[in-house]
Design a binder for this molecule. Structure first.
Ligand code: APR
Length: 237
C-alpha cells in the first residue's frame, strides 16, 4: 500500500524556536535590515561586499543553532507518510533533523555559486553550486569559471527556479501542512492554492493568518506545540 503524501510548506516560524529570528515579527530581521539593500539583486549589484558580510554572519550563526522538536516531528512523519518539505528557509535545520526530501525555494545559506552562471540567461546548473558549510566568502573569491562567488540565495528580484517542482509536490499531496510562514512572499505564498480539493490543509502559526479558505484548519500554536496537535489529528484520521 503506497504511503499517503504529505507536503509541508515551512517558513521562518518553524526555526523560531531554534533561536533563528523570523523576518516580519516584531524585532525580526527586516526590522533591522532593509531587504532591498541586503537581500535583492539590486543590492548585490550596488554593494556586493555588504551582502557577502550579511550572509557570512547568518551562515556563521547557523553553526550555533540546532533543529527543534518541530523540525524533528516533520522528519518523523516520514515513517508513515511520503513527505516532501518545501521550505522558504535557507537554514539547514530540516536536513539536520533528518528530513530526506527538501525543496529550498529561496536557496541555502551553506551554499555558494558563481555570480555568472554557465547559461547565457544568467541561470546556473546545480553542478556549479558548492557547499562551504559555515565558512565565509569575500570579494575576490572566485568560482572555477573565474566569476565572483555569491551566496546560493534567491534574492528579491530573482526567479525561483524550484517553484515548478514545488507546485507539483503540492498538487500531488493528500495532506498539506503549512508551518510558520506569513504567506506574504510570492510565488511561495500562493502554493497552497494548488492543493487538490480533497486535500485537507493545516496551518500552524501562533498569529492569526488572514486566509479565508474553508479548506484550512488553523492550529493556533507555536510550531513545536502545533506539531503535537497535528500528529494527534493524523492519528485520529
Ligand atoms: N512557531 C510557528 N510560527 C511562528 C513562530 C513559532 N514559534 N514564531 C513566529 N511564527 C510565525 C509568524 O506568526 C509568521 O506568520 O512565522 C511567520 C513568519 O513570517 P515571516 O517572518 O514573514 O517569514 P516567512 O513567511 O518565512 O518569510 C518568507 O520572506 O524575506 C523573505 O526570503 C525571505 O523566505 C523569506 C520569505
Amino acid at each position: 500500500m503506497a504511503k499517503k503524501k504529505i507536503t509541508v510548506l515551512t517558513g521562518a516560524g518553524v526555526s523560531a524556536e531554534s533561536g533563528i529570528s523570523t523576518f516580519r515579527d516584531n524585532g525580526g530581521l527586516w526590522d533591522n535590515y532593509d531587504p532591498q539593500v541586503v537581500a535583492s539583486i539590486e543590492g548585490w549589484r550596488h554593494d556586493p561586499g555588504m551582502l557577502l558580510d550579511f550572509y557570512n554572519l547568518r551562515r556563521a550563526q547557523l553553526k550555533d543553532v540546532s533543529p527543534n522538536a518541530a523540525h524533528r516531528a516533520i522528519a518523523a512523519l516520514e515513517e508513515e507518510y511520503d513527505v516532501t518539505v518545501v521550505t522558504q528557509n535557507v537554514d539547514n535545520l530540516h536536513e539536520r533533523a533528518g528530513s530526506t526530501r527538501i525543496i529550498h525555494l529561496h536557496g541555502e545559506l551553506t551554499k555558494v555559486r558563481p555570480e555568472r552562471g554557465v547559461y547565457d540567461n544568467g541561470s546556473f546548473s546545480e553542478q556549479e553550486v558548492f557547499d562551504i558549510g559555515y565558512s565565509a566568502i569575500h570579494l575576490g573569491d572566485k568560482a572555477p569559471n573565474g566569476s565572483q562567488l555569491r551566496p546560493h540565495i534567491v534574492w528579491f528580484g530573482e526567479a525561483v527556479p524550484k517553484i515548478e517542482d514545488a507546485i507539483e509536490r503540492v498538487i500531488r499531496a493528500d495532506i498539506l501542512l503549512i508551518v510558520g510562514t506569513s504567506l506574504q512572499v510570492y510565488p511561495a505564498a500562493g502554493l497552497y492554492r494548488y492543493a487538490k480539493d480533497s486535500a485537507p490543509i493545516y496551518l500552524i502559526d501562533p498569529q492569526d493568518i488572514p486566509l479565508r479558505d474553508p479548506r484550512i484548519t488553523h492550529i493556533r500554536a507555536v510550531a513545536t506545540e502545533g506539531m503535537e496537535i497535528f500528529k494527534k489529528i493524523l492519528e485520529n484520521k
